[in-house]
Ligand binder design. Structure first.
Ligand SMILES: Cc1cc2nc3c(=O)[nH]c(=O)nc-3n(C[C@H](O)[C@H](O)[C@H](O)COP(=O)(O)OP(=O)(O)OC[C@H]3O[C@@H](n4cnc5c(N)ncnc54)[C@H](O)[C@@H]3O)c2cc1C
Length: 473
């Protein structure tokens, strides 16, 4: 029977007892949907945009994607479980290829028919033991549980800039940046050296009259390839060695490969490698070494046609691009539903709400590698718990008490810098180890190769390969 994805036709909420509502059909929502589907747990996905893929569709209004964006983790370690990226893809696929990959994934596992598109979730409230999901058009449904998978990069963080009222140039957040044509003939300053900031500064290095990047502190820059191997593949080969040792070894390797960054105007890092989210970029270093981009320190103020820096220098600037990150938000839920700490929701294993039952979140963390396999493992944990509850399995009660009481450190012994960004930052190896241990204790199986094949149909697979073949070119 075709799955019903109209959640209500009248003003009265439809009763979806036993059903789960996933908010968002980005990578996290798709991973969650495949997991629930494979366990026979009924669900709907509600997506405000017209198709799947989340931020990877540059046309999705508010997406932070830009035309030159490529994957930061390599294709070898960034795929959904059991769904490798095509051989023809380069080591670091483009945003268009990643989008096609998500779409074929959804098609091949027959997820589209569970998704209600062009439907924005406006509010979610607890009603007794159920959750009332209301859409922007007034439709509503009463669900057993909710999984928030609506992403963390939709609400730009715009810092206060001194003197902005005097500034004669333009100031935009990086979320508005789409392609290099907006840089032509301008003196451009990119503020912030996260992965997006570095990419955008490189674009400015190509197209702008002169490009600058303002970097507040020293960071490590990891080349995309180390000894000819994608950096994450190189690192993965050594994941069994203790983190303190790999910090030491990587520190030395980087000194040889990258050299002294202070010679190109960057500050020396004030922390050990891996204590901040890695910047995987060698193109910026190339541009800095060729003068196409000039490194500056922290901005002190804007003044007329100039930007002044804390070291006393100033530059004439036409366009400031704030690559200053995002506020994490779950805007359709009142603040009381989540414990927000440093702007991040406090959740057991970044997934399980400690205070409200049947309220889950997927994708509200950052980590030191490709996210999708991790999403799959996390989704498997959520759906195993839901499954145990539905079947009255005693493990559900045991796990419920862990949700309340267990507060593991998932940093693998790495002292991440005490910034908002790193407060729910998880070390992939430490997380996996801990999650596996808990799962074994509960008697819940790990993902197995081939376990999702049953969801595939020949028709869907054929349509998916045609779509992917188009994207490979
Ligand atoms: C430039 C860039 C490069 C990146 N590179 C990598 C990489 O190399 N490897 C990696 O693993 N990760 C990378 N990431 C991280 C990236 O965030 C993830 O790949 C992924 O897109 C996160 O998936 P998500 O489903 O959690 O969120 P999103 O992709 O944000 O999807 C959320 C979905 O929810 C929908 N939605 C939001 N609000 C509502 C609502 N109220 N109602 C209904 N629907 C709603 C949105 O339309 C969207 O479709 C990169 C990010 C950026 C910006």
């Amino acid at each position: 029977m075709k799955e019903q994805t109209t959640i209500s036709n009248s003003n009265e909420a439809r009763d979806y007892s036993g059903h789960y509502c996933i908010v968002g059909a980005g990578p996290a929502g798709l991973s969650m949907a495949r997991s629930l589907k494979s366990k026979g747990i009924p669900f709907h996905v509600i997506e405000r945009y017209k198709d799947v893929g989340g931020i990877w569709d540059i046309e999705n209004p508010g997406s932070p994607m830009y035309k030159s964006a490529h994957f930061i983790s390599s294709k070898y370690l960034s795929n959904y479980a059991d769904y490798p990226m095509p051989e023809e893809y380069p080591d670091y696929p483009s945003n268009r290829q990643i989008l096609a990959y998500h779409r074929t994934f959804a098609r091949e596992y027959d997820l589209y028919r569970h998704i209600k598109f062009n439907s924005s979730v406006q509010s979610i409230q607890q009603k007794g033991s159920k959750w009332l999901v209301t859409l922007e058009n007034g439709e509503s449904g009463l669900y057993e549980g909710v999984i928030c998978a609506s992403g963390i990069t939709w609400s730009p963080n715009i810092p206060k800039l001194q003197g902005i009222e005097t500034f004669r140039g333009e100031v935009i957040h990086s979320v508005k940046y789409k392609d290099i044509s907006s840089f032509r003939g301008k003196r451009v300053l990119v503020v912030g050296a996260g992965n997006s900031g570095c990419d955008i500064a490189c674009d400015a290095g190509v197209a702008a009259e002169q490009a600058f990047i303002s970097v507040r502190r020293g960071y490590y820059f990891i080349p995309k390839h180390i000894f000819g191997m994608p950096a994450d593949v190189f690192g993965d080969g050594a994941h069994w060695i203790p983190n303190w040792f790999s910090q030491w070894v990587f520190g030395i390797i980087l000194k040889f490969l990258v050299g002294d960054l202070t010679k190109i105007g960057l500050q020396a890092p004030d922390h050990k490698i891996f204590e901040t989210h890695p910047i995987i970029n060698d193109q910026l270093l190339h541009n800095l070494r060729h003068g196409d981009v000039i490194a500056k320190g922290d901005v002190s103020r804007l003044n007329g046609e100039f930007v002044e820096f804390k070291d006393g220098s100033k530059e004439r600037i036409d366009l400031v691009v704030l690559a200053t990150g995002y506020h994490w938000a779950i805007p359709y839920m009142e603040e009381k539903y989540f414990e927000w700490k440093n702007g991040r929701p406090e959740l057991y294993l970044t997934l399980f709400n400690r205070n409200y039952e049947n309220l889950y979140a997927l994708g509200y963390m950052e980590t030191d590698g490709g996210a999708y396999k991790m999403f799959d493992e996390m989704a498997n944990l959520i759906s195993s718990y839901i499954d145990a509850k539905r079947n009255g399995d005693p493990s559900a009660k045991k796990f419920g008490s862990l949700i309340w009481n267990d507060r593991p450190l998932l940093n693998g012994g790495i002292h991440y810098l005490n910034t908002g960004r790193h407060s729910v930052y998880v070390n992939q190896v430490a997380y996996k180890k801990y999650r596996s241990k808990i799962q074994r204790k509960m008697g819940w199986p790990e993902l197995k190769s081939g376990q999702f094949d049953i969801l595939k149909t020949d028709d869907n697979s054929n349509a998916a390969s045609t779509e992917l073949a188009r994207a490979v070119r």
